[in-house]
Every structure is written in structure tokens, then in C-alpha cells.
Design a protein around this ligand. Structure first.
Ligand code: 5GP
Length: 148
């Protein structure tokens, strides 16, 4: 381990989540406001697995502005509650990874919000691409719960 503090690498606007926000790649959006965007993970670890991201160009927890982080956290809470209602879940897991050592793979800050059912383990990360019809139906359920 080095004593020299490491600098966070620069934000790359060509990351896949930036492309999703710009509409260059399709995704199942469940929520949007002036600061935050949320959409379904394409390889959900449980039904309703949602990614909540800032519109601002932040790589991860190390470079996001406090106001944007607060906005993302508030939406993550809304999505968590909606996920429990929409999927009859018993709990919810939130996760955020920053930099490769943590397991981060996409370098636009995201909070994973994953509804959990008692006794049901998470599927392995990024393991199975979900059927698009299933994701479409899950997105509708979440959107309905978010506006209820
Ligand atoms: P990380 O490890 O960076 O926290 O997680 C990245 C997440 O992005 C993974 O859960 C993975 O399934 C998801 N993901 C990767 N590519 C895509 C994509 O093209 N569309 C969507 N909706 N999710 C993606």
C-alpha cells in the first residue's frame, strides 16, 4: 500500500449509464427529476433491482457534489419504499461501489436498490440478463408504486 493519496480518475461521459440518460441506449426508466434518474438493472439480482443515478457527471462517491448525493439518496429511499410495495418484499438492500477495488464496473455513480424477500438470496452480480418483457412489467409496477 502506498502512502501517496490516490486521485479519483476523471469522469468519462461515454460510460454506459451516461448513454442511457442521453437516450442513446434503451433502458427501463422508473423515475426522473431535475437531478436524478432511476432505471432497472438489466441483470437484476432480485426482481425490482433499480439503479439510482445523478444527472450530474459523477464517477462515484469520491467525486459527487454533496447536493447531488443528497438528491440521489432521497430518491433511493423513495425507490426502496416503492420496491417493497411493488414486489411484496420484506426488506431492501442498498449498495454503492466506488472504484475497481470495491467491485464498481460502471463509472457513473449509482446506488443499487434491491427489494428482498425473507430467505431468498441475491443472485450473483451481473449474472443473467433478464427477459425484456419481465423488465417492462417490473418497471410498470415500480412506476405505479412511485406515484401511488
Ligand atoms: P457496479 O458493479 O458498477 O456497481 O454495477 C453495475 C451494474 O450495472 C450491474 O449490476 C449491471 O448488471 C448493470 N448494468 C451493466 N450494463 C448495463 C446496461 O447496459 N443496462 C442496465 N440497465 N444495467 C446495466
Amino acid at each position: 500500500m502506498s502512502d501517496t493519496p490516490r486521485e479519483t480518475p476523471a469522469y468519462d461521459p461515454q460510460n454506459i449509464f451516461a448513454k442511457i440518460m442521453r437516450g442513446e441506449i434503451p433502458a427501463f426508466k422508473v423515475y426522473e427529476d431535475d437531478r436524478v434518474f432511476a432505471f432497472l438493472d438489466i441483470m437484476p439480482r432480485a426482481p425490482g433491482h433499480t439503479l439510482v443515478i445523478p444527472k450530474a457527471p459523477a464517477r462515484n462517491i469520491l467525486d459527487i457534489a454533496p447536493d447531488d448525493l443528497a438528491a440521489v439518496a432521497l430518491v433511493a429511499q423513495k425507490v426502496a419504499k416503492a420496491g417493497i410495495a411493488a414486489f411484496g418484499a420484506d426488506g431492501v438492500t442498498l449498495m454503492q461501489f466506488s472504484e475497481p477495488a470495491s467491485g464498481q464496473e460502471v463509472y457513473h455513480l449509482h446506488i443499487h436498490v434491491i427489494p428482498r424477500v425473507d430467505g431468498v438470496p441475491l443472485k450473483p452480480a451481473a449474472s443473467v440478463k433478464e427477459d425484456m418483457a419481465v423488465l417492462a412489467e417490473h418497471a410498470e409496477r415500480l412506476k405505479a408504486a412511485l406515484t401511488a
